[in-house]
Design a binder for this molecule. Structure first.
Ligand SMILES: *Cc1c(COP(=O)(O)O)cnc(C)c1O
Length: 227
């Protein structure tokens, strides 16, 4: 009876494989993060039965409850939503990854609050590449200093960058925005940071993101249905 989510996952994986091939990138060079926000533990179980391990969540308390209900499965939980200071402890205690670090204060709290018995929290810095005024994400000019500071925190492991670009008017423009993110990523690598993750691309911009070097795409609706 769980063929719907399983079928959706295999379609999304096929889409990712085709985009990798079109970009002449190796199969398996782009990870799929299944964004399960607003969907319950049963939907996540179905996705896991289809081979999905990594899940993305936006709302901290909802995620904590879901993680607890799914303790019996070997899942990897990624926080991709905005984080208020008063939620850092829950994030540090329950998640494996955070994509949405955009201030040093949040990163410091996550590092201080990461339980000693857990491996370092894997983090990406969210960068506001296209300069959307109301959006979260660090402005590109502030990124190098923030990245060095985050990389120095003892209980975090800086893995890369995350972006949520506005929809662009054309595929070319979309690719140009993704290319800017990849350039920022490459600059940080040249500055000596050992980064391996560019979390970029959602349902609408999957192909453009993969063409420009994304290593992780975040897909919700195409897997679980409309929210
Ligand atoms: C919700 C969300 C997604 C997935 O969006 P869909 O349109 O459901 O595929 C990806 N990234 C972030 C940061 C999100 O909040």
């Amino acid at each position: 009876m769980n063929s719907l989510i399983a079928g959706n996952i295999s379609q999304v994986r096929a889409h990712i494989d085709a985009a990798c091939q079109a970009a002449e990138r190796p199969q398996g060079s782009v990870r799929l993060l299944a964004v399960s926000k607003t969907f319950g533990p049963e939907a996540v179980r179905q996705a896991h039965a289809a081979g999905q391990i990594a899940f993305g969540e936006n709302y901290i308390q909802e995620a904590v409850d879901k993680i607890a209900a799914l303790r019996d499965l070997p899942l990897e939980w990624h926080c991709i939503g905005p984080i208020q200071s008063n939620k850092t402890r829950l994030v540090a205690e329950h998640f494996d990854w955070v994509h949405s670090v955009d201030r040093l204060k949040i990163a410091q709290r996550l590092s201080e609050q990461r339980p000693a018995e857990r491996p370092p929290l894997q983090v990406c810095i969210q960068v506001n590449v296209d300069g959307g005024a109301t959006k979260s994400g660090v402005p590109p000019q502030d990124l190098p200093a923030l990245a060095q500071a985050v990389a120095a925190l003892p209980r975090l492991q800086l893995r890369g960058l995350m972006t949520i670009p506005e929809p662009a008017d054309s595929p070319e423009q979309m690719r140009a925005v993704h290319r800017q993110a990849k350039d920022l990523f490459d600059q940080l690598c040249r500055q000596g940071l050992p980064l391996d993750t560019l979390s970029m691309g959602m349902s609408a911009d999957l192909d453009a993101a993969i063409a420009e070097g994304s290593t992780m795409v975040r897909v919700g609706t195409a897997i679980f249905g409309r929210r």
